[in-house]
Design a protein around this ligand. Structure first.
Ligand SMILES: C[S@@+](CC[C@H](N)C(=O)[O-])C[C@H]1O[C@@H](n2cnc3c(N)ncnc32)[C@H](O)[C@@H]1O
Length: 222
């Protein structure tokens, strides 16, 4: 288990190194950190990570795992109303969280607000299909699997949210992730009737699309 977690962290770290290209002196926000997956992957690449989540038990677990990552600080907070100063981060990032928040538009606005001019917003999240009916079906399945799923956003909505907050997209990429159904249901602890329902709603040959977005908060022109 620990070995799998370590491999996952290393692989995420390498992808972050390539996509974000951190210089090593950044102050980074991990919004919706859970138990710190993104914070721990980033930790050796940057100066400091502030890892925020609304669930105190997850933060406690994160703190227990943080011995090797002294530059990560776990803080309780709501990504839609961050108690953090404007412009106080070089990078504001979020991993696998936007589709769990009830107000993703507030979350992106807050990421933009706490980022300094010239800094970056990084969003990594599951992307909904462009077809609205297929998107509704995907959400139905995902909610049956995990009731904390709210709504996966399509690519166009993420781009609009970046744009609406004055962020300029630098780079995006999309990964197709095949998901073996039973293992995927196990991961969410989906059992009993809920599991039956999720199985019935599962798209055939389920493959998730994960979008990576790196946007800059431009300094105003002189
Ligand atoms: C699927 S988990 C992802 C956790 C972590 N980023 C990861 O990739 O392992 C989604 C996380 O979003 C958090 N979350 C949901 N709504 C939130 C909010 N309004 N503010 C902060 N965190 C929130 C949940 O508590 C949960 O830890």
């Amino acid at each position: 288990m620990a070995e799998r977690e370590e491999r996952g962290r290393e692989s995420l770290r390498e992808r972050l190194r390539a996509f974000l290209d951190p210089k090593g002196d950044e102050r980074v926000l991990d919004a919706g950190t859970g138990t710190g997956a993104l914070a721990f992957a980033l930790s050796p690449l940057v100066r400091e990570v502030v890892a925020v989540d609304v669930v105190p038990e997850l933060l406690e677990e994160g703190r227990r795992r943080a011995a090797d990552f002294p530059n990560v600080r776990f803080v309780e907070g709501d990504v839609a109303h961050l108690d953090l100063d404007s412009g106080s981060f070089d990078v504001a990032a979020t991993l696998r969280t936007l589709h769990h928040v009830s107000r993703p538009e507030r979350a992106v606005a807050e990421l933009a607000r706490v980022t300094r001019l010239g800094g970056f917003v990084l969003i990594v999240d599951q992307i909904a299909p462009a077809d609205p009916l297929a998107a509704v079906e995907l959400d139905r399945f995902e909610r049956a699997r995990d009731p904390s799923h709210t709504r996966a956003l399509p690519d166009v909505d993420i781009r609009s949210l970046l744009d609406a907050n004055g962020l300029v997209l630098r780079e995006s990429r999309f990964d197709r992730e095949p998901r073996e159904l039973e293992a995927y249901l196990d991961r969410a602890g989906c059992e009993g009737e809920a599991r039956e329902q999720a199985r019935a709603l599962a798209p055939p040959g389920y493959e998730a699309t994960v979008g990576w977005y790196l946007a800059v908060k431009p300094a105003p022109r002189a």
